[in-house]
Write a protein that binds this ligand. Sequence first.
Ligand code: NDP
Length: 419
Amino acid sequence: MSRVLIIGCGGVAQVAIHKCCQHPDVFSDLCIASRTLSKCEKIKNELEGKTKTNITIKQIDANDYDALVSLFKEFKPEIVMNLGMPYQNLKIMDACLECDCHYLDTAAYEPENVNDPVWREKYEKRVKEKNFTAYFDYADQWSYEEKFKQKGLIALLGCGFDPGVTQAYVAYAKKHEFDTIETLDILDCNGGDHGYPFATNFNPEINLREVSSEAAYYENGKWIRVPAMSIKREYNFDGVGMKDMYLLHHEEIESIARNYPEIKRIRFYMTFGESYLRHMKCLENVGMLSTKPVMYNGVSITPIQFLKAMLPDPASLGPRTVGKTNIGCIFEGYKDGKKKRYYIYNMCDHQESYKEVGSQAVSYTTGVPAMCGAMMILKGLWTLTGAHTVEEYNPDPFIDALNKYGLPITESYEPIMVE
Ligand code: NDP
């Protein structure tokens, strides 16, 4: 029986809310707090009478630290699940420390304004020192390690699918399949079709920032930088078929490289269709992906935020998306002195997800692990205090929960490797 507070009520949060309400024995009292109260009201009305979880709702702006603290003091959650934007991660972590609650999120902190001169100076220094160019960086959240530890609290960072489940797959492979892992390729395939010429399957601002940024992978202790979308491969995905995929910089590479230094090369690939890439390039060329505010008719507008307002809401794609996602990890390494390959992945059907919780599979594959991660903490199955990513915890109970609650694994011992 636990009190849980969810921040955000978008695509991912709505799935997590449905899934928490399927387990009222663990999630007995749920407060949904987001910027737009009507979204919280809608899902509360949908679920009331169908769940034993008590649901309350609250309007909040997560940029308002005092409002966060007063809400946490009033509701007294055991854990706060931050399923809104990554821009507020640090603020919400601070409020959790002040109010003695665990913390969970699904995306690494990055600043909303990447042109802020103070942040920019720190960023440029990091790029020079580490050749690490992404705007997101776990270092900011890892710096909370001691504070959370001292309070006996857990900050579980990046507990969606990727980051999240992909790191549990790494811990699982190391525990059950390998003595040493040499290479890792994380493959994220969305074989879904929503019928729009252009839409993103999760928050457009974060998605487009991620995809249009310089790409990178990790090899022999170093970041190797390459231009965005410059490394392309084809892969035949189980349940989906042949797809083009592109190398991207992705959050979990940083934490896996830190926690599994034995892995010599870590790469991340994501599939994109022709239409998506053509639209993105065009939007980029005309400046619509810019995060730098511009003045228009006396009003300050951030182009990428205005674009977000024009694009379909990812939470609305559920009824029209068909096909499957396939996300997983391919490893090469050694077991008992012999070379070995192993592929672990999940396939998730967009329409099945929609039938169960009213959302497409990209939100589903993120919201289910967020619920399962919170469940691990609330049931006392994950107890390591401090600020940690998923691969630092025992993968077995988490993967058991994913198997039971909607994201079962498939394994292959003869995978086709990525060149
Ligand atoms: P959405 O845009 O659908 O939802 C975001 C929600 O957060 C909205 O309800 C929004 O409110 C709310 N919100 C935004 N700003 C604030 C604020 N200042 N105060 C309070 N609430 C706020 O995004 P998604 O659900 O698609 O994504 C949620 C998170 O999950 C993102 O950080 C994304 O990067 C991450 N993600 C992680 C994945 C993984 O596998 N690890 C995969 C996919 C997403 P409003 O309704 O007013 O806009």
